[in-house]
Design a protein around this ligand. Structure first.
Ligand code: GUN
Length: 284
């Protein structure tokens, strides 16, 4: 059997480390605070926002929930962001996505101060990552680097294949693996011979968004497989982009779904908030 990369355990370790750091900050009179803005009442978003608040409470941080009506205007939302940007007691600002259709998501992301952009979505944060400057990094790919490092999986010199090119996962993932000296290939819907490219991977990051898409024919014997997907199958069971049961016998290490990549996102969000409070923007 492969090594199962336990994201639940690693995220708990990170949160416990952060709890200690928050206690040290509090001794210096700083209580890290995350402002979470939710527009409307989408039930899935409400669950995510509540989980973020619970994580803040666990590590001893403050959280400020700003719940706005579905009908709020873009201008009102931008004004709220502006006031949070100017509020020294708020260190991180996150707008839960998606926002309703009448609000321009890009304008909202651009309005968040890069010093408080704990999601790492601001163009300045993305640009900083791509040229090796300090800035906040998108939480899911940052969490994947932590999973690999804390599982003692070497990245340097490895063939890394990322399937998916979203701004939130695929692109920052590629930049982070490159920064760790991996040899990186990014695949997407127009990639020819996807299977062949995936079979070259020492480290395969599956973020294609299709349930159980990757079977054993996509993986090289002994590869490391990171599954970013999360879906419910026809029996209402959670599954990833990878067909775990078919792939597990062929790989050296793999993340399960649930309990792999998922729990890391919130741990890295907390990490970014603590870094923001330290006024010292470090991304890992
Ligand atoms: N909606 C789903 N995932 C995310 C995330 O990571 N950040 C934000 N802001 N919204 C999301």
């Amino acid at each position: 059997m492969p090594y199962i990369i336990d994201g639940k355990k690693i995220s708990a370790e990170i949160k416990d480390e952060l709890k200690q750091e928050v206690a040290r900050l509090k001794e210096r009179g700083i209580t890290p605070c995350l402002a979470v803005i939710q527009v409307g009442e989408d039930p899935a978003s409400t669950v995510y926002v509540n989980n973020k608040q619970k994580a803040c409470a666990y590590i001893g941080m403050e959280s400020r929930a700003c719940r706005l009506a579905e009908t709020v205007t873009e201008q009102e939302l931008l004004e709220l962001i502006d006031s949070l940007n100017k509020d020294d007691s708020v260190h991180g600002i996150l707008v839960q996505l998606p926002v309703p259709g009448h609000i321009d998501e890009k304008r909202v992301i651009d309005a968040i101060s890069p010093q408080k952009d704990v999601d790492g979505f601001h163009p300045q944060s993305v640009g900083a990552l791509s040229i090796g400057e300090q800035g906040f990094v998108s939480c899911t790919p940052a969490g994947i680097i932590q999973l690999l490092k804390r599982s003692h999986i070497e990245i340097s010199g490895k063939e890394c294949v990322v399937v998916g090119r979203s701004n939130i996962v695929g692109k920052p993932m590629a930049m982070l693996l490159l920064r760790e000296n991996g040899t990186v290939t990014v695949c997407h819907s127009r990639t020819r011979n996807l299977k062949e490219v995936c079979r070259r991977a020492d480290i395969l990051v599956a973020a294609i968004g299709k349930p159980r898409f990757f079977d054993e024919s996509y993986v090289k014997e002994g590869a490391v497989v990171i599954d970013v997907g999360i879906h419910r199958d026809e029996h209402n069971k959670l599954c990833g982009d990878v067909d775990f049961d078919r792939v597990a016998g062929h790989v050296s290490a793999i993340t399960p779904v649930p309990g792999g990549v998922g729990p890391m996102t919130i741990a890295m969000l907390m990490n970014n908030c603590v870094e923001a409070a330290q006024g010292n923007i470090v991304d890992e």
